[in-house]
Ligand binder design. Structure first.
Ligand code: NAP
Length: 293
């Protein structure tokens, strides 16, 4: 019997259950699942209408192993699978971490498994919401050729988009994702703080820039960063920037982040207006040398 589109899940948490549920409704077979505790394995088996396993030795050759365990458990799980799996040679084993490359499953890899990392670029807070969000999601794939082939099939079954990464690019990829989500959030929080300090009612401050942020994000995805920039840095308006830095003197941490982000904007402004060298140099000097008085 062909074992195409057969998976077994190790680690019945939010991400693992979301993916297994989504694949199941896309026609894949879930042959079994196991977790840290027997209770968690049983619960997983109920979610997925499959067998609860007590060892990977129960998983037939050719079934893809999906690891939904946290990064901190990779070492243990890698060792345990290598010790128990009697069909390890050629087995496709996928983890779901964005932070670590496929080769984090070092022992299994050295014993002949085809390891891969299948990172859904999506938050999966619970199995139902997660399974819904995974349909049409984007996935970052990295790993051995047979693993990449299996991951492509998974992404395609979920009507998703995907791209492949080299093992060397994996960490930088994850840092990029952190900037796009977490660090953007940190700047939005600064902006809201500044509004409240400016005297805007906190409830109004939470809503005030929503349309502004949406507009920026839409323009960025439509035309890219250089085409999107507007504002005082783009205009080379050193006087306004000086006033901003002055206005932030009682918020030194926000001031520091403002300064660093403005230097990033200046790099975009230089690309947009290479002819404005002098004005851009003045801004660079102002931002680099500013000390709160
Ligand atoms: N959730 C997301 O939004 C998301 C998105 C993309 C990628 N990921 C990735 O998915 C992976 C899992 O994250 P998660 O959010 O799903 O975590 P989680 O909800 O905490 O689930 C982790 C699961 O792994 C099980 N587990 C822990 N140690 C184990 C071990 N030694 N052996 C077997 N099972 C073990 C836990 O068992 P118990 O139930 O017994 O505690 C739990 O069911 C991580 O690599 C994460 O980066 C998560």
């Amino acid at each position: 019997m062909s074992m195409d589109k057969h998976i077994a899940l190790v680690g019945c948490g939010k991400a693992g259950l979301s993916l297994a549920l989504a694949l199941r409704s896309a026609g894949w077979a879930v042959d079994g699942c196991m977790s840290r505790s027997p209770e968690s394995s049983e619960l997983g088996a109920q979610w997925l209408a499959c067998r609860a396993l007590s060892s990977v030795a129960q998983i037939p050759a050719g079934v893809i192993l999906v690891l939904g365990v946290p990064e901190a458990a990779f070492g243990d799980v890698d060792r345990r699978i290598a010790a128990e799996d009697t069909h390890l040679e050629g087995r496709v084993i996928l983890h779901l971490s964005g932070a670590l490359p496929a080769r984090a499953l070092e022992i299994c890899r050295l014993r002949g498994a085809s390891v891969g990392s299948f990172h859904p670029i999506m938050t999966l807070p619970d199995p139902i919401t997660g399974a819904r969000r995974l349909k049409g999601a984007t996935f970052a794939l990295e790993g051995r050729p047979a693993a990449v082939e299996a991951m492509r099939a998974m992404a395609q079954s979920l009507s998703g988009k995907f791209f492949t990464l080299s093992p060397r690019g994996k960490t930088l990829y994850h840092a990029a994702a952190v900037v796009a989500s977490n660090h953007v959030l940190a700047l939005l929080a600064d902006s809201q703080d500044m509004l409240v300090k400016a005297g805007v009612d906190p409830a109004a401050a939470h809503e005030a820039f929503y349309a502004l942020v949406q507009g920026t994000v839409e323009s960025f995805y439509a035309g890219g960063a250089v085409a999107t920039i507007t504002g005082p840095v783009e205009r080379g308006d050193a006087k306004t920037i000086r006033n901003h830095l002055q206005a932030l003197k009682r918020s030194p941490k926000i001031l520091e982040r403002y300064r660093v982000a403005a230097l990033g904007m200046l790099e975009l402004a230089r690309k947009r207006h290479p002819e404005r060298d002098e004005a851009n140099d003045t801004l660079a000097k102002l931002l680099a040398e500013w000390q709160s008085k």
